[in-house]
Write a protein that binds this ligand. Structure first.
Ligand SMILES: [Cu+2]
Length: 99
């Protein structure tokens, strides 16, 4: 009986782990940041986005005035990313809605 309980606990634990990994699927959004007019701008935008909890990657395409942001959709969302760049002085618009 004790072994069965231990086995069940292990299975439940494993399922919980799988569920948490499943829920935290990374999303990538492209933000159009028209206000990036000089090569120093992307530094500010990147720093602002990296401060947002859940953001794992920020890839600035200065020549396109776009920022590719990879984030954990269980921790943050596109609105929060737009807000972060806007608060840093660079209003942005998501290229396409992800939620
Ligand atoms: Cu600038």
């Amino acid at each position: 009986m004790k072994n069965l309980k231990t086995a069940l606990a292990a299975i439940v634990g494993a399922l919980a782990l799988v569920a948490s990994v499943w829920a935290a699927s990374p999303q990538t959004v492209t933000l159009n940041v028209s206000g990036m007019t000089c090569p120093a701008c992307p530094i500010t935008v990147k720093k602002a986005l990296e401060k947002v909890p859940g953001v794992s990657k920020v890839d600035v395409r200065f020549e396109k005035k776009q920022v590719l942001v990879t984030f954990d959709d269980a921790k943050t969302n596109t609105d929060a990313l737009v807000k972060a760049t806007t608060n840093a002085g660079y209003p942005s618009q998501p290229e396409k809605a992800t939620n």
